[in-house]
Design a protein around this ligand. Structure first.
Ligand code: AMP
Length: 364
């Protein structure tokens, strides 16, 4: 069985690493010559819109999936007319546009920050008269890891913020004074079986995820499962999905969802009975889903822009190193490390050591 993946970055790489024990093969389509998954399968090198490559992918892959949400939605739609494509292209289309996504949340009764459409500086000025400061201006598409975003603290920031988004179609949304950020990773198979991972509690640095901790038995688990279930159902979803949420006064407010395996779920490789990567494959192949139960207490730390020495990581008890095979560059995720321990003390010690190491080597 051959799985086609649009994108050949670290997420595709980890999907492939989970797939080999299941006897699966991989073929990737990615515009970058040195995409880091290409050691793990055949690499069709070229543009996502290249009709010849798309035809080849559709012919060679039994099922096609994708590893990031900026793959052009029409490409997924085209492929779905020739082969099976999961998650459904509709999920991609919704997640690619913050305006569409936020309206989708509202239709499904999922709380989301107040927001308004901004096509020009007048729209922005008008919206801010009702929204109130602080707020965040975000481009409707192509934004991730805090890119294409600007904080508005007062009317004096409007022009600068608008210049920063370079006049691109945007939304402005109320700044949420959250007590913490969490995400829920869920998975649904072709025949409709659903499973949820324990919540991840996420810490960002400079708009980029830095630490994700597994939170078995979190008080917000049921609320998060309720919201993500609505997405799964409305999209007739297949595969892994991640919903990012803010917590304010015991209420969860949706920020965005990702129709793919997610950075905040990397701890599931060692910290759950079945990883998000394996369950994504099981789901799209309509195999029985694996248990999502936590194994010990786990956390993942991203390495951004700088690589740790392998020996330094492995000297930390219960640390598991995942190098992505990418050369370090400012702001680039090049590795993550998971710590998993059976008791709180060893977990804390390991996570503290890991954080110290990450602070020494990364540039964020
Ligand atoms: P995003 O690209 O939308 O996921 O935003 C990146 C990060 O910016 C989030 O994880 C939050 O830490 C922060 N952020 C985004 N939107 C808001 C908001 N409306 N209120 C407060 N913080 C936000």
């Amino acid at each position: 069985m051959k799985i086609g993946i649009l994108g050949a970055g670290q997420l595709a790489r980890m999907i492939a690493l989970a797939g080999y024990p299941l006897g699966l093969d991989f073929i990737f389509l990615d515009p970058s010559v040195d995409a880091c998954a290409n050691q793990l399968g055949e690499h069709l090198h070229g543009d996502y819109n290249d009709p010849v490559l798309l035809e080849e992918l559709a012919k060679r892959a039994d099922v096609v999936t994708y590893e990031f949400e900026n793959v052009p939605a029409p490409v997924a739609k085209y492929l779905s007319e020739h082969t099976r494509v999961y998650p459904p292209p509709k999920a991609l289309q919704v997640a690619q546009d913050r305006w569409v996504e936020k309206n989708f949340f509202l239709e499904l009764g999922i709380p989301t920050p107040k927001f308004a459409l901004v096509d020009n500086l007048d729209d922005l000025t008008q919206a801010m008269s009702t929204l109130g400061y602080p707020a965040i201006l975000k481009t409707r598409s192509q934004g991730y890891d805090g890119k294409g975003q600007s904080i508005l603290k007062s009317a004096a920031d409007l022009q600068v913020a608008w210049d920063l988004v370079q006049g691109l179609p945007s939304i402005v949304e109320a700044f949420v004074p959250f007590s913490r950020e969490v995400s829920i990773i869920a998975v649904r198979s072709v025949s409709g079986a659903v499973a949820f991972y324990p919540l991840s509690e996420n810490l960002h640095k400079g708009g980029i995820l830095r630490i994700a901790e597994s939170r078995a038995n979190d008080v917000m688990q049921a609320q998060a499962e309720g919201y993500v279930s609505r997405l799964l159902q409305a999209l007739d979803y297949v595969g892994v999905i991640a919903l990012e949420l803010f917590e304010v006064d015991g209420q969860l407010i949706a920020n965005e969802f990702a129709p793919r395996v997610h950075n905040s779920g990397h701890w599931t490789i060692e910290g759950a009975e079945t990883s998000q990567f394996e369950n994504h494959l099981r789901a799209i192949l309509d195999l029985p889903l694996g248990s999502t139960a936590a194994v010990g207490k786990a956390a993942m730390v991203n390495f951004i822009g700088g690589l740790p020495e392998t020996a330094d990581v492995l000297a930390i008890e219960s640390a598991h190193l995942h190098l992505y095979g990418k050369s370090p560059r400012k702001g680039r995720k090049v590795a993550h490390v998971t710590v998993r321990a059976a008791n709180t003390d060893s977990y804390r010690n390991a996570l503290d050591s890991l954080e110290r190491l990450a602070n020494q080597v990364d540039d964020s």
